[in-house]
Every structure is written in structure tokens, then in C-alpha cells.
Design a protein around this ligand. Structure first.
Ligand code: ZN
Length: 494
């Protein structure tokens, strides 16, 4: 069992540091400004979606075919010549993580409802751009590998770039790695001085465009290791700028931080502005809550799956986070599931999933990273006003499965009324590229379109586990209501 002592916290930090290339920054060091916040009536609590603890799995260092453990190691060794962790026998490791492994992983996850974030490094370790050519593999193999990601991963996973190469910094003017070889020109420790928001956004946009050319939708990014450590506030703004520019996404998000010990794992809305305008803006930062305890970034560590959850899910960091009621986000690196072909990480991952399912199936829900981002944007940024038995939600962003708990005022079933957008305030109509998450603009379930003003009755759920959009649950002195929150105004009578 993870005990949130200082010693364990430091051990987690040390484990992360040892990960080297996989190093994520501790969330305590995050420092982007949050920006605007709405007023929210204290009597109304926005709780977890469907009253369930969200689970998610963030996978770093994945791409198509290229085993980043094999290809990154010599480049890291050159840039950090004194670090022993980069002196490993990479030549004996397979250069490929085969598509059959992607399929095996995806099918297990689909069967058990596991969702999360899957990196597709666009120009992995400078081997080749996925939208042009991947030296070492045939064109047919590259196209089949991209199609596999679209077919079997996209339904349950949001794809992120992890900058361009995850190794050498690319000169955007030439498309080649910068000539100098040092830690200063490695993406996972770049930039070492200040960079403007525009400079960072141009770099991020370059990585996004490669994925867009591969027909992969994307609304967020993952930083390789310490990318952006010296420019945390600018990085957050640059993510928003680049994702909006390349994909036209309404709600950009990113993964950079890891929360250890007692630190909160709740996503944060940063640089929020324009909440009362037609174009509210926010960037969502989503931390992971664990280290990588499978095979690490290079696939060379002995997996310790029990540190996520033991066999009966009575101990482990995921269990601790679930019991705390905060998002329980597992982190790992793709080579660490493959383990140079031994697949010991994957086998232990399956045990963790089965253990969590056995104990927590009715109290948890797996979510994609973009779904988590959207829910937390609505949770933090929806204005909530209460007047007698009427609660008014003014939502800058829609969110499926929005769930609130409020004091009960009577025995009548709660009613919802979705109000048309006021004059001068356009309804949700952001232009969105095809296939880039059409599900993120929900309609209120069991009702007409969002611009109807007629009241919608809700069905009673008998047990907490029966809560779903369009239902409510009555408890001793409170009522919990679950509905698909549209952008704009919703009035709840309860
Ligand atoms: Zn990485």
C-alpha cells in the first residue's frame, strides 16, 4: 500500500528521475496561471461523472512500429554522456514493437472498457516522419500501422504527439535535427532558456500537423519528459494556440505533470478567459497519479504491477486514489509493456485491470483523457446560481454525464429545462474537423435538441451504480442529478 509519507513521495520522485527520458514534472511544480473562475453556489456540488471515480491510462513513448526504447537510448547516451542509465545494451533490443502487440493490447482494453491516452510520436527518434516515410519498414507496413491505430485505438484512446521526435530538437525551417548535440538540443530538456508562446506554439503545431497528415484526430499533447520546464506558463498557452490552430479544437489539453503523495490528481483549467463571451478559452492540464511501474521507458525494468493495485485491489496507488475519490490515472511507457518481446508488463497490466474491475466495477469508470478534460472544464468553469429550488447552470463547455449533488427541497421528481442561448450568445457551433470528437457536443439525453425550453423529467435511479444521464438519486437529505450538460443555460428544479 502506498503510504503518502515524505519518504515515499521522494521515492516516487526518484523513480521518476530514474526514468530519465520519461521524466515528468511533479505537479507541485506546475505554475501556469489559472485565470478566470465563475461564481458557484456552495450548496451545489459538482461530483464525479455518474458519481463514479474516473480511471484512465496514459501511455507515453508509443508510435508506429518504432521501439523508442531501442532508438532513443543511443541518442540519450550521446546527449548525456555521464549518465549510466543510458548505457544499456540497446542493440540487443528489438527495433520494432509489432502491430500484433498493438492489436492484442487494444482488444484486451476494449473488452474491459479501459480508456486513456496513447502517444503517437510523429517523427519517432528521427527515424522517419509517419506522414512521409519510415526507413526500415515498407510503405505498406507504415500505412497498415497507421490504419491499425485509427481502427483499434481511436475508439477508446485519444492520440497525442509527444513533440516531434522525442529525441533531437528539429529546426522547423529545414526539418532536420539542430547541428549541435547536447542536452540543450534534446526535446526532453528543451528549451533551456525562455521562449515566446509563438515560438513554442510553432514547434507544437509542427508535431500536430504530421499527425493531421496521417488522418489522426487530436485535441491535446504530451510533453516528452521535461519539455517546457523552463516555460510552464508559456507552454500552457502555446498548447492552446497550436491545438486550436491545427485542429480547430474547442478545448485543448495536455499531459505533463505527475501528482505524488497527497497532491490532488484533479485536472486544472489554466489561462481561462472569456467565460461570459461567445468564445470562452481554457487549456486543461491533466496530471497522472502514478509512476511507471511496468517496464519503464526503455522496457528494461522488472515490472511491479502490484504498486498500481495488488491481486485483490486492497492495496496500491490506484486503490489509494479510488478510495480518495479523485481521478486515478495510471502512467506507463509503451516499451515497458512490451519488454523487448517478453510482454511481462502487458501481463501485469492485465492483472491490475482485472483486480480493479473485481473490486470497483460499480464505483469507477474508464475515460479518455479528452473526456476527463471536458468534464473538469465543465466542473470548474460552469457558473452555478441557486434561488430557492431552482439551480441555474451557465456552461461555457458542454459535458456528458454531468453530475451534481444538492440539498433536497421536496419529493417531486427533479426537472431540467435547457434554455436557448440568449440573443448575441451563439449556441455551440464551433467548426470542428470531421472525426475530431463529434461526441463532445452532447445533446441532453431523453429530450429534444438543446434549444428546447420545455421541462424534461428525470427517471429515478434506485442505487448509486444506476446513475446515468437523465436520472436522479434521492438520498437522506440530498438529491444527485446526472445529465448531459449542454453549452449555455440549464435550469434544474429539484
Ligand atoms: Zn515520453
Amino acid at each position: 500500500m502506498w503510504k503518502p509519507t515524505r519518504r515515499n513521495f521522494l521515492r516516487a520522485g526518484a523513480a521518476l528521475a530514474a526514468a530519465g527520458a520519461g521524466l515528468k514534472t511533479l505537479a507541485a511544480l506546475a505554475q501556469a496561471p489559472l485565470g478566470q473562475r465563475p461564481t458557484r453556489d456552495a450548496a451545489v456540488q459538482v461530483i464525479n461523472p455518474l458519481g463514479r471515480v474516473p480511471l484512465s491510462f496514459f501511455i507515453d513513448d508509443s508510435s508506429c512500429l518504432v521501439n523508442l526504447g531501442h532508438f532513443c537510448m543511443p541518442q540519450f547516451a550521446e546527449a548525456w554522456p555521464t549518465r549510466d542509465i543510458y548505457k544499456k545494451p540497446w542493440k540487443t533490443w528489438p527495433r520494432e514493437i509489432p502491430d500484433a502487440f498493438v492489436r492484442e493490447f487494444a482488444e484486451f482494453c476494449a473488452e474491459h472498457g479501459v480508456k486513456g491516452k496513447y502517444s503517437v510520436v510523429p517523427f519517432p527518434a528521427c527515424v522517419g516522419r509517419l506522414d512521409r516515410e519510415l526507413p526500415g519498414w515498407s510503405r505498406q507496413e507504415l500505412l497498415a500501422s497507421l490504419k491499425l491505430v485509427r481502427d483499434v485505438m481511436l475508439p477508446n484512446w485519444d492520440v497525442h504527439p509527444e513533440m516531434i521526435t522525442h529525441t533531437r530538437v528539429i529546426d522547423l525551417a529545414t526539418g532536420h535535427p539542430l547541428p549541435e548535440i547536447s542536452s540543450a538540443t534534446m526535446e526532453n530538456s528543451y528549451p533551456q532558456g525562455k521562449k515566446s508562446v509563438d515560438e513554442l506554439a510553432a514547434y507544437i503545431a509542427y508535431s500536430l500537423r504530421i499527425l493531421k497528415n496521417c488522418d489522426l484526430p487530436c485535441e491535446g499533447i504530451t510533453t516528452p519528459g521535461g519539455f517546457g520546464n523552463a516555460v510552464k506558463s508559456e507552454l500552457s498557452l502555446a498548447v492552446g494556440q497550436a491545438v486550436r490552430e491545427v485542429y480547430g479544437a474547442e478545448l485543448p489539453h495536455y499531459f505533463k505533470y505527475v501528482s505524488g503523495g497527497k497532491e490532488s490528481t484533479q485536472p486544472k483549467a489554466e489561462h481561462v478567459e472569456g467565460l461570459d463571451t461567445d468564445s470562452p478559452q481554457a487549456v486543461i492540464s491533466l496530471p497522472a497519479g502514478t509512476g511507471d511501474w511496468f517496464g519503464n521507458w526503455d522496457g528494461d525494468a522488472a515490472p511491479e504491477g502490484h504498486r498500481y493495485a495488488n491481486a485483490d485491489a486492497t492495496g496500491g496507488r490506484m486503490v489509494e486514489l479510488i478510495e480518495r475519490g479523485e481521478p486515478a490515472v495510471m502512467l506507463c511507457h509503451w516499451p515497458g509493456l512490451y519488454n523487448q518481446g517478453a510482454k511481462t508488463g502487458l501481463e501485469q497490466f492485465k492483472q491490475v485491470v482485472l483486480a480493479l474491475e473485481g473490486r470497483y466495477r460499480d464505483r469507477t469508470m474508464w475515460m479518455k483523457i479528452g473526456e476527463l478534460a471536458r468534464y473538469w472544464a465543465a466542473r470548474e468553469l460552469t457558473r452555478i446560481e441557486r434561488d430557492a429550488g431552482r439551480t441555474t447552470f451557465t456552461a461555457p463547455f458542454a459535458a456528458p454525464g454531468f453530475t451534481v449533488r444538492l440539498p433536497a427541497t421536496g419529493q417531486a421528481p427533479p426537472q431540467l429545462r435547457f434554455e436557448p442561448a440568449a440573443a448575441g450568445r451563439a449556441p455551440a457551433s464551433e467548426p470542428r474537423p470531421a472525426g475530431s470528437g463529434a461526441a463532445s457536443e452532447p445533446r441532453p439525453s431523453g429530450s429534444g435538441p438543446a434549444d428546447t425550453a420545455s421541462p424534461v423529467a428525470l427517471a429515478e435511479a434506485k442505487e448509486p451504480r444506476d446513475l446515468k444521464p437523465g436520472t436522479y438519486l434521492r438520498q437522506a437529505d440530498s438529491v444527485t442529478v446526472c445529465f448531459d450538460l449542454p453549452k449555455g443555460r440549464t435550469v434544474l428544479s429539484a
